[in-house]
Design a protein around this ligand. Structure first.
Ligand code: PEP
Ligand code: MN
Length: 264
């Protein structure tokens, strides 16, 4: 179902509030790694002012350590939906457990993110596949492109055609960056599938100083959108502060992205 051979035209996904992704519609999803509280609305206002059209933030966090901050849960979804309504921005947020899918539907989440760690959690993929809510499916840390596409098939074969794929870096022998950004995946996925392709330069690199160059490469390579972590006070962030852009850095990135999009 994801194969371009049987569906030559690009899929365009309507994420709510008139925001469409794919087929020439480019969107930027930005916000904190984790929803932490009232600073969410401040960050959301700042990213919207800079040109982001979708708000990202995690309420359920897949942390490497069970002792690390696990997210605000439903309270976090409430804060996201509040900010979304105030700013007319669709929300992108991660669902980790098939038992939570109904809660996400009840809250009216616009885009359900499947994180890298759950990219092959087939029970979860089938559960979001039973809805019609757009899904942002991230590439697993050591998934091949074909495995990522099979994850999309799990969702689509249950009846949900609204899948966006996300390159977020893969684990390689390199240790200077958190992951290795596979920019190749963008044109390869566009060749193989009609689904929109999003790039996440934040998790792909892991360090603020490398996020903007990776974002520019993704845009030049034809990504249909970006997912970027932005925090008002990165050194105090509850998760992933080392890779967060400040609102000022994000604004700078958005200006250059607009120039690159004009040029390509
Ligand atoms: C995230 O987007 O905050 C996240 C946890 O990403 P990934 O699943 O790509 O690591
Ligand atoms: Mn993160």
């Amino acid at each position: 179902k994801a194969n371009r051979k049987f569906h030559p035209e690009d899929t365009v996904i309507d994420c709510g509030y008139g925001v469409k992704v794919g087929g020439g519609n480019f969107q930027v999803m930005a916000g904190p790694c984790s929803v932490e509280g009232r600073n969410l609305i401040e960050i959301a206002r700042a990213v919207k002012a800079a040109g982001a059209t979708m708000l990202r933030g995690g309420a359920y966090k897949p942390r490497t350590s069970p002792y690390a901050y696990q997210g605000m849960g439903e309270k976090g979804l409430d804060l996201l939906m509040e900010a979304s309504a105030e700013l007319s921005m669709p929300v992108v947020t991660e669902v980790m457990d098939p038992r939570d899918v109904q809660t996400f539907l009840d809250h009216g989440v616009h885009v359900m993110q499947i994180g890298a760690r759950n990219a092959q959690n087939f029970t979860l993929l089938k559960e979001v596949g039973k809805t019609q809510v757009p899904v942002l499916l991230k590439r697993g840390m050591s998934e091949t492109i074909d495995e990522l596409l099979m994850g999309a098939e799990y969702i689509m074969s249950e009846g949900n055609p609204n899948v966006m794929l996300c390159e977020r870096g893969i684990r390689t022998f390199e240790t200077r960056t958190r992951n290795t950004f596979d920019v190749n995946a963008i044109p390869v996925l566009h060749h193989l599938t009609h689904l929109p392709v999003i790039a996440d330069p934040s998790h792909s690199t892991g360090y603020t100083r490398y996020v903007r160059p990776a974002a520019y490469a993704a845009v030049a390579a034809g990504a249909d959108g970006l997912e970027v972590e932005v925090h008002d006070n990165p050194s105090q962030a509850w998760s992933d502060g080392a890779q967060a852009l400040t609102p000022e850095q994000f604004d700078d990135a958005m200006r250059r992205i607009a120039l690159i999009r004009e040029a390509v």
